[in-house]
Write a protein that binds this ligand. Structure first.
Ligand code: NZQ
Ligand code: ZN
Length: 385
């Protein structure tokens, strides 16, 4: 196991009815900006619960944060923060609303052009407004981590930043808020969580037994409960297990002391930026292709994955590896997330544009060995057609 230092400071309030805990978390004299997306929280009653919890506290609202949140939209919220002397941001929504709110929290106090936050990966952020979250979509882990992904619509640049200052102070995880998710977003959430786990697990062995078995447990939960959430969207226990699985998949815990890949996320991010596919759709397409391309280097972990996650013990090593990759692909398809670029109307003509964006962003030398070059990405995308 590699050396590591680990801290996670987000207070979690998990379970039904926990939205009421907001009142214990936010100071009564705060001036709060509630941030949200396209309006799902108005239809499913989550906004009502939040407003009830904030009774007696001064709050403002900013809606319209789109999926893959736009820098341009978020800067409008920053104006409100400054004009109304906001002291606390309360994000109510999925990963896009939470990520966007992390950016708002940092940008409001940033002395220079806020796009610099993204260009410097958050390294120059020295402060941010406090942020609390009410999560409504189990997927990204943003509710318990310090990362955010922001898109500049004007240039189609989708990029991430990290800062300790935007780590949520608290997050409410009430599984009932996810009952209203449409099947597409339920599927996306399961696939995104799954790929978060495997990007930190299907690398090379370092004898991190805790991390490996933890990762395998999370994957087994997703395989078991993901399809059940599609069949019965209001099954509380299913939603609860998926929600906690998604959070633990990307709150830094399983990343401790082990290598990480992230090539799939880096390539997928450019596909969303350029062509607007949902985040998880890009992952479902790219992940199997990365594994096929890198199957020799990843063999030890792919065999472990085949054995412990898919119970594949018959046949030679090559056939077990390929069967595990195929099972993964079928699982994504079962969750309603197609695994080929062609299913989204894309063909080989996108390959050069995706690679050009990766190069422009300096995102070359990907993967756990840093050896996936631009030329390799072209081959990977050919496998994803
Ligand atoms: O906008 P509203 O009306 O709320 O509708 C949203 C949106 O259309 C809807 N939705 C959310 N909760 C709902 C609901 N609809 C009904 N009932 C509910 N309870 O779902 C749609 C998608 O929402 P979005 O927030 O975009 O989805 P997700 O949580 O998958 O977030 C995706 C974003 O997170 C980034 C992605 O790149 C993408 O921009 N990621 C953030 C990460 C992080 N911060 O650590 C890591 C991830 O790898 C990922 O990159
Ligand atoms: Zn992701």
């Amino acid at each position: 196991m590699d050396n590591f230092s680990y801290k996670n400071t987000t207070q979690i309030h998990f379970g039904k009815g926990q939205i009421s805990k907001i009142k214990d978390e936010i100071p009564s004299d705060a001036r709060v900006l509630i941030t949200y997306g396209g309006g799902s929280i108005k239809k499913n009653g989550v906004l009502d619960q939040v407003q009830t919890a904030l009774a007696g506290v001064t709050y403002f609202e900013f809606g319209g944060i789109e999926p893959n949140p736009h820098f341009e939209t978020l800067m409008k919220a920053v104006e409100i923060v400054k004009k109304e002397n906001i002291t606390y941001i309360l994000a109510v929504g999925g990963g896009s609303v939470i990520d966007g709110s992390k950016f708002i929290a940092a940008a409001a106090l940033y002395p220079n052009d806020p796009w610099e936050i993204i260009q410097t990966y958050g390294a120059k952020v020295t402060s941010a407004l406090p942020l609390g979250c009410v999560l409504t979509l189990a997927a990204t882990g943003s509710e318990m981590n310090k990362g955010a992904v922001i898109t500049k619509a004007e240039t189609k640049d989708k990029l991430f930043f990290f800062s300790d200052h935007v780590q949520p102070r608290f997050s409410v995880l009430d599984p009932e808020t996810t009952f209203s998710l449409p099947p597409r977003q339920t599927g996306n959430g399961v696939v995104d969580s799954f790929v978060h786990v495997v990007e930190q697990y299907v690398t090379y062995p370092v004898n991190g037994k805790v991390q490996d078995r933890f990762a395998e447990g999370l994957l087994l939960n997703l395989i078991e409960d993901g399809p059940k959430a599609l069949e019965n969207p209001t099954d509380y226990d299913v939603r609860a297990n998926l929600m906690w699985t998604a959070t633990l998949a990307l709150n830094g815990l399983i990343a401790t002391g082990v290598p990480a890949d992230w090539a799939t996320h880096m390539i997928g991010q450019e596909i969303t930026g350029l062509y607007g596919l949902d985040h998880a759709q890009t992952l479902a397409v790219v992940q199997p292709a990365v594994w096929i391309y890198k199957k020799e280097q990843k063999k030890a972990k792919l065999l472990q994955y085949a054995d412990r996650v898919w119970d594949l013990r018959e046949g030679d090593e090559e056939s077990r590896v390929m069967a595990a990759i195929e099972n993964t692909r079928q699982f994504f398809e079962k969750m309603g997330v197609p695994t080929r670029l062609s299913a989204y109307g894309l063909d080989a003509s996108i390959i050069d544009a995706v690679v050009a964006k990766l190069e422009a962003h300096g995102h070359v030398n990907l993967g756990e060995h840093g050896d996936i070059t631009a030329a390799d990405v072209k081959e990977i995308l050919k496998l994803a057609l």
